[in-house]
Design a protein around this ligand. Structure first.
Ligand code: SAH
Length: 391
């Protein structure tokens, strides 16, 4: 008799796995045998045929996250080591101007719910499901042996862990990690607070978009939702003046320090609510030649989609109105529930309401060290459109 932890899934879920998707929802599970929270289970179809091995989560709506599909391959420490090595080999060749990047991007690297970022010689780890959390000590050991980092930090203080019934933790797990770490992105110096900053300390997924934006930006620029000045400091090179806005006092403080670190004098940081500021600029009939919109994910859940769409629409409509003739809008959305097509339609509706016409100069996505899966549209979460007003 088979006493291995097992999950039996319905036909719909089996078909989805076969098409390359890595998740099975709780509602598609027909039966569970011996499945403790966080274990690796055998996944079988209704007729008992082997489908895969997967992380099992007892709390999340995403109950299974697929690891392997061959019956003779077990997801042991050797498996995790191989996947991490493969992810490292997939990374683009960075020159000395960039010293921080994502080493492992969860599903996109075949390691669901496992994130590893690298800042110089320090690694930052996130284990975002019960299963990933259960193999954390294996992962730490593999990272030490493979990369010999000066230190490893665990940034498990993210909301999704609550959906898994996991505690929120931010701590040092190996070696030493300085409170603040200076790293380089496209030749610009940034400070990251690895144990406290947003995300794992920085928005590395925007690195290539920061660089692209610099190429189009000019004149008077406005960087909305700037965090630590990611876009603003890039725009400073090609713009006369940049106004960078964020509602977080600590973000604005970091942004100012980053500007100083680079000897940049044409960026002004302001702590304010972007919605209010855009309204005020509209009333005052201000004009900008370049505007960046990089809001947080307004739609964290599908249930919030309507209000999220209204939020995106409002800021895009207002920004479009504020653009000078020929002005450039760099508009981003990182909500995984909004597809690229939905996002372009939203921009099109906003333009129509603003009585402006735009050419799309580039349609971009997350940086290439954040690979997504062709078979899992949700993993392409970041959209970045570069538009130019042509009226
Ligand atoms: N553009 C940044 C990343 C932005 S993340 C980069 O490229 O690195 C989103 C930022 O929006 C966060 O720093 C958050 O503090 C800020 N934010 C959220 N709501 C806001 C609001 N209503 N007004 C201004 N800033 C806001």
């Amino acid at each position: 008799m088979n006493t291995n932890p097992t999950a039996v899934i319905n036909r719909k879920a089996a078909l989805r796995l076969r098409s390359g998707h890595l998740w099975v929802y709780k509602s598609d599970i027909l039966r569970l045998d011996n499945a403790e929270p966080g274990v690796i289970v055998e996944v079988r179809d209704e007729r008992g045929r082997f489908q895969a091995r997967a992380f099992y989560s007892s709390k999340s709506k995403i109950a299974l996250r697929l690891l392997t599909t061959r019956e003779d391959e077990s997801p042991d420490a050797g498996f995790f080591r191989r996947r991490i090595q493969e992810a490292a080999r997939r990374r683009p060749a960075f020159d000395s101007r960039t010293s921080a990047y994502r080493l492992v991007n969860g599903e996109g690297d075949g390691l669901p719910s496992i994130i590893i970022d690298r800042f110089n010689n320090v690694l930052v780890l996130q284990t975002l499901s019960q299963g990933a959390d259960a193999v954390k000590s294996d992962l730490i050991q593999i990272l030490q042996e493979e990369f010999h980092p000066a230190g490893i930090a665990e940034r498990n203080d993210v909301g999704v862990r609550e959906l898994e019934g996991l505690p929120l933790i931010s701590q040092l797990v190996a070696g030493e990690v300085p409170e603040e770490m200076e790293y380089c992105e496209n030749g610009i110096r940034f400070i990251a607070r690895l144990l406290e900053g947003q995300k794992t300390g920085s928005f590395l997924d925007q690195r290539e978009n920061h660089q692209a934006a610099r190429g189009y930006a000019r004149g008077q620029a406005l960087d909305c939702f700037t965090y630590a000045g990611g876009f603003a400091l890039h725009l400073a090179a090609t713009c006369r003046q940049v106004l960078a806005i964020d509602s977080s006092a600590s973000a604005v403080d970091l942004g100012r320090r980053n500007a100083l670190l680079n000897g940049v004098q044409n960026v002004e940081f302001k702590e304010a609510n972007v919605f209010d500021e855009l309204k005020a600029f509209d009333r005052a009939q201000e004009r900008f030649d370049t505007i960046v919109l990089d809001p947080p994910a307004f739609a964290k859940k599908r249930a919030n989609l309507d209000s999220a769409m209204r939020g995106y629409k409002e800021i895009n409509l207002r920004a479009m109105k504020l653009l000078s003739p020929g002005g450039v809008l760099i508009s981003c959305s990182c909500s995984q529930h909004i597809s690229e097509i939905d996002f372009l339609n939203l921009l099109s509706d906003s333009a129509s309401d603003a009585y402006r016409h735009f050419a799309v100069l580039e349609k971009r996505t997350q940086s290439s060290d954040h690979p997504f899966l062709l078979s899992m549209p949700e993993t392409l979460y970041l959209k970045c459109a570069i538009l130019q007003a042509i009226d």
